[in-house]
Design a protein around this ligand. Structure first.
Ligand code: ADP
Length: 480
């Protein structure tokens, strides 16, 4: 199949979260299966400066209609491996910025124009390059209008650019909602400016476009596919999701084992595996040292890596401050984002510097070291579409402590509920729920045999992308 992906993030070129990992790994896994895969991504500064993208060649000049303006840009392309071509949509005024979506805690004011331009430019590149894809697959709100622009271009110019369109929502909490006047910037037919189209309580909702108009809709875990049909998790779009219930599937993300695999990970000080776990002790000592603790500490280490946003349950960790201050354990947090949460974590570090450490930055190497060196990985998300770190944790023999929501439900088995199968500990997404799981973690750590059993089963989990890619492949084939 000829498969086109459109996404605003792509590992290893630009990443703010799991979207980048998922699109990067899916594209590679589909190429491994012999499909011809193209990925469109904005030519952000980080992408253009990435060593892998320096070979990108200029392909086309672009003239893109955005409202009553015609905006120019350029497409560059490179092929990092056989079967995969990456197209960079460049327009410095929009994408030559340090951060993809905003700065100083605020979204950029021109985000609607930036991503309308991006999606239209992807369609225009397909048209000019005579792509004729079998599947055109957009991801998240930044690419949610892509299926609509694609069909609109076919209507205007004739021909078929893609046989079927697929849209994946990686997180329904981010919808791309803009003032009503934004509709004029899309140049889409007026009938789409209605409740059955992009209109959303007097505003324009990009995500709604992808959810309503792609031929197939997917999300990133079976559990989340159910949850977003309810008011509790649907973030106001539950009715839209319900209207597509027959076309929605939940496909669990996988893990890119070329990047996340303790046996070959170049970012950790010693390789290890279930069969030969000795290296994990060295990773532990290095993690303690780098976090400013005594490397000989023998109690449990709780690791945490996340965007500092409410979703990730940072408040639940803060509500359990007395646990981390009083117990003989270490809490090592890597996270950047919300200033309120960062300040509160800094205060916790100030109160117990001998027990808690915070690295408030994006740090890929540190994230690997935390996965490898911790005994438990704390992820008490209030909601979690799929979640990647709980999967990485298991592969790294680090027992995840997670809440009973979304993809966490589909990827972790509670060791107290299921003594023979458990791979982690699960809790309700409340402060008391987390406290109960933390207490159980201490108990589990106190029994070397029981901890060892849970760890061994975690090590043995198969979260490979090959499995996930096969499910996407089947979905594509079914839709065709
Ligand atoms: P989300 O997409 O909601 O952020 P996921 O668990 O799906 O959550 O994916 C998060 C990804 O981002 C993981 O690969 C995680 O390791 C990474 N990550 C989050 N925060 C940081 C950070 N501060 N430094 C490095 N990597 C991070």
């Amino acid at each position: 199949m000829r498969i086109v992906h459109v996404a605003s993030e792509l590992f290893p070129y630009v990443k703010t979260g799991g979207l980048a990992d998922a699109v990067g790994a899916l594209a590679s896994a589909l190429a491994d299966k012999g499909h011809e895969v193209s990925v469109f991504v904005p030519g952000y500064r980080s992408v253009l400066e990435h060593s892998g993208a320096l070979q990108a060649e200029r392909k086309h000049q672009l003239k893109i209609e955005v409202g009553d303006q015609v905006l120019s840009g350029e497409v560059r392309a490179f092929s990092p491996r056989p079967g995969l071509t990456i197209y960079l949509i460049c327009r410095d005024e929009f994408f030559d910025r340090r951060n993809p979506y905003g700065a100083g805690g605020r979204d950029y004011e021109d985000n609607a124009d930036r991503f309308i331009f991006f999606c239209k430019a992807a369609v225009e590149t397909m048209r000019v390059g005579e792509f004729q894809a079998d599947i055109a697959h957009g991801h998240d709100w930044q690419a949610a209008l892509f299926p609509l622009f694609l069909r609109d271009a076919e209507r205007r110019h004739g021909g078929t650019l893609a046989v079927k369109t697929v849209f994946t929502v990686h997180n329904i909490a981010y919808q791309g909602v803009f003032p009503a006047a934004t509709f004029g910037r899309t140049n889409l037919p007026d009938e789409l400016n209605s409740m059955d189209g992009l209109e959303y309580y007097g505003q324009i909702n990009f995500l709604k476009g992808g959810l309503l108009f792609a031929d197939r809709v997917t999300t990133v875990s079976p559990r989340y596919a159910q949850e977003i049909q309810t008011a509790e998790f649907g973030c106001g779009l539950e009715g839209v999701i319900q209207s597509r219930a027959g076309d929605i599937s939940g496909i669990l993300n996988g893990v890119d084992l070329a990047v996340w695999n303790p046996a070959i990970d170049p970012l950790i000080p010693a390789p290890y595996s279930a069969a030969d776990p000795a290296g994990k002790k060295l990773c532990r000592a290095e993690l303690l040292k780098r976090s400013g603790f005594d490397p000989k500490f023998t109690g449990p280490i709780f690791g945490m890596i996340c965007r500092l946003v409410e979703q990730k349950g940072v408040d639940l960790v803060l509500a359990n401050r007395d646990f981390f201050v009083k117990q003989n354990c270490r809490l090592i947090v890597l996270g950047a984002g919300d200033k309120r949460l960062e300040d509160a974590l800094r205060q916790l570090v100030a109160d117990a510097p001998e027990k808690v450490s915070l690295s408030a930055r994006l740090d890929e190497a540190m994230s690997h070291l935390i996965e490898a060196g911790s005994d438990f990985f704390v992820m008490p998300s209030l909601f979690e579409p799929c979640g990647l770190n709980q999967m990485y944790s298991q592969i790294y023999g680090t027992v995840p402590v997670v809440s009973r929501v979304g993809g966490l439900m589909d990827t972790v088995i509670d060791a107290d509920d299921n003594p023979s199968f458990g791979t982690g500990l699960m809790c309700l997404p409340t402060a008391a729920g987390l406290r109960d799981a933390l207490d159980r973690a201490l108990k589990l750590f106190g029994s070397r045999t029981r901890y060892g059993d849970v760890q061994r089963r975690a090590f043995a989990r198969d979260f490979s992308w090959a499995k996930a890619a096969a499910v996407y492949e089947k979905l594509y084939q079914d839709s065709l």
